[in-house]
Design a protein around this ligand. Structure first.
Ligand code: CP
Length: 289
């Protein structure tokens, strides 16, 4: 039984195996022959992760139970634990779960005997996002070691930052972090995006996560993008080979302007496409006996 709760518990070899398997599947390799049922339990909103899991499940020929929290017995007070046990009782062989609570899975793993794939937990981890980011970087540079990645924006509320900073460094990608004051990742986070991006190979923006803010967010759009976003002036500073990434959804005009999202350096929609193959690889890992 192979859970995927956090990438931080995987070795570099295990991470690279999943990256290579996603790349093989993208090139048309035959997926494993799986006769299984998957339940998608998205307790928090999602478009990319949810629907790329569904696409991956279709491509693997899996049976899919797709849970809709707004029309469910959660409204009658059913607990996360009981909802999860229900889907195991219905015959699910693996659970894909997104939940707003950090490390929600710790409460569940002793109560069920099928694997959990974490599709994002609060500010904790987003392992499949990190894998698809690595696949996308590898496709652009044919290597990971020695690259410089600037991750900028609302770092303190971001599970993507929390996973990527750790895993990228482990794989030899040098990460620098930049944020508005009060949104830092750690003491080495700076507030000067222009200086950080000049020699970057990858510039990765992060969404302003209003849903996790307890403090009042006071910036105007103009103020935010000019001080902390990829605006026209900062686009001109990037190296010719530099790529732009963002896990999305993007607050267009805040974290970056349209010319960054839709321009030739953007890999944002390639990231989304790669999500399908990464999720196929991860489902195979959890289901192959
Ligand atoms: N990147 C990401 O997790 O997007 P969704 O919230 O739409 O799944």
């Amino acid at each position: 039984m192979e859970n995927l709760l956090s990438l931080k518990t995987l070795t570099n070899d295990e991470i690279i195996y999943l990256v290579n398997r996603a790349l093989e599947l993208k090139k048309g390799a035959k997926p494993a022959n799986l006769d299984a049922c998957v339940a998608n339990l998205f307790f928090e909103p999602s478009t990319r992760t949810h629907y790329s899991f569904i696409r991956a499940e279709q491509k693997l020929g899996l049976e899919v139970l797709d849970f809709n929290p707004s029309g469910s017995s959660l409204k009658k007070g059913e607990t996360l634990n009981d909802t999860v046990k229900l889907f195991q009782s219905l015959g699910a062989d693996v659970l894909v779960i997104r939940h707003e609570e950090d490390r929600y899975y710790e409460k569940l793993i002793d109560n069920i005997n099928i694997p959990i794939i974490n599709a994002g937990d609060g500010k904790g981890d987003h392992p499949t996002q990190s894998l698809l980011d690595i696949v996308t970087i590898y496709e652009s540079f044919n290597r990971l070691e020695g690259l410089k990645c600037v991750i900028y924006g609302d770092l303190s509320h971001s599970r993507v930052a929390n996973t990527n900073i750790d895993i990228f460094n482990k794989l030899g990608i040098k990460v620098e972090t930049v944020s508005p004051p009060g949104f830092e990742y750690n003491e080495s986070t700076t507030n000067d995006l222009s200086e950080a991006i000049i020699d970057a190979d990858i510039v990765m923006g992060l969404r302003i996560q209003h849903e996790r803010h307890s403090e009042h967010f006071t910036y105007t759009q103009e103020d935010y993008v000019t001080k902390f976003g990829l605006d026209e002036n900062r686009l001109k500073l990037l190296k010719p080979e530099c790529i732009i990434m963002h896990p999305a959804p993007v607050n267009r005009g805040w974290e970056m302007i349209d010319a960054a999202v839709d321009g030739p350096k953007s890999r944002i929609f390639q990231q989304m496409a790669n999500g399908v193959y990464v999720r196929m690889a991860v489902l195979e890992r959890s289901l192959v006996k």
